[in-house]
Design a protein around this ligand. Structure first.
Ligand SMILES: C[S@@+](CC[C@H](N)C(=O)[O-])C[C@H]1O[C@@H](n2cnc3c(N)ncnc32)[C@H](O)[C@@H]1O
Length: 254
């Protein structure tokens, strides 16, 4: 039987937010590739599916794929081409091989690099993608702050984007989502004010959403200067132009 490659989104952190389809795939695949930025740190995604693997009578082969945290594009491509060859080898040997990724595979995920390399170098390998609950919607749920309603436009912004580009983007959106934002969030406030967000616009900052250490704080732009914001990679901010009644203020200092 021909093998295949399955990209599986395992959700934002809470193991109960893994889809039934993902669970069923994880119960049967032969190999699970686990992305890792550093060889020595445990994989959060793997931790989230441990209970599923523990129930298997025949455990799958689990292989780590180290990926580079570098902006050197040729180095990134070289490593992903190597990783794609490892995946293709399994699929060509008739194995069902999965790659697990936090949240959704097609939303700012390392899976996209692997998918692209595989498509380019091994177009004969069959690929399936199982979507996951993304941190985007999970953070909105945890904060109880809507991402969009009616005619609202939402912009999703990687926080390291150039300030002028953030300002220009923000002018055209009602609501903003800042990814990878913790290290820079306070610096973003003046940029938002230039884009006609007001000091009363609503801000939700969510750290480690749906994980046991989750912290949520909801307030106004004018409150942000008083917030202690630890530099945690798993942080996302939702900013709404409108002033919402703040019904829930959890974890006073995130
Ligand atoms: C490379 S992106 C991965 C997004 C992921 N594929 C998804 O669908 O949620 C990583 C960024 O997503 C956000 N993120 C991912 N998981 C999160 C969580 N549990 N809580 C808060 N933010 C999270 C953070 O902004 C983090 O810097």
């Amino acid at each position: 039987m021909a093998g295949k490659f399955i990209g599986i989104g395992v959700g934002p952190g809470d193991p109960e937010l893994i889809t039934v389809k993902a669970v069923n795939a994880l119960k049967t695949v032969d190999v699970i590739f686990v992305p890792k930025a550093h060889a020595n740190t445990p994989s959060i995604a793997l931790g989230m599916i441990k209970h599923i693997l523990a129930e298997r009578t025949e455990p799958p082969e689990v292989l780590e794929l180290v990926f580079p945290m570098t902006k050197n594009e040729s180095e990134v491509q070289r490593l992903w081409a190597k990783n794609a060859s490892l995946v293709a080898e399994k699929a060509k040997n008739g194995k069902a091989a999965a790659f697990i990724t936090l949240g959704d595979p097609m939303f700012y995920s390392t899976f996209i690099y692997l998918f692209r390399s595989l498509r380019q170098d091994y177009p004969e390998v069959k690929v399936e993608i199982i979507p996951g609950v993304t941190a985007l919607t999970a953070c909105a749920a945890s904060a109880q702050v809507p991402l969009a309603e009616k005619e609202e436009v939402v912009a999703i912004i990687p926080s390291d984007l150039d300030s002028a580009l953030i300002e220009e983007t923000a002018k055209h959106a009602d609501n903003l989502v800042f990814m990878k934002c913790a290290h820079r969030f306070k610096d973003l406030v003046p940029i938002l004010e230039k884009s006609s967000f007001t000091e009363n616009s609503t801000v939700a900052l969510v750290r480690r959403c749906t994980m046991p250490e989750e912290k949520v704080i909801v307030g106004r732009i004018c409150d942000v200067k008083n917030w202690a914001i630890p530099e945690d990679y798993f942080s996302m901010a939702i900013v709404r132009r409108s002033e919402l009644p703040i019904s829930r203020k959890q974890g006073d200092v995130p």
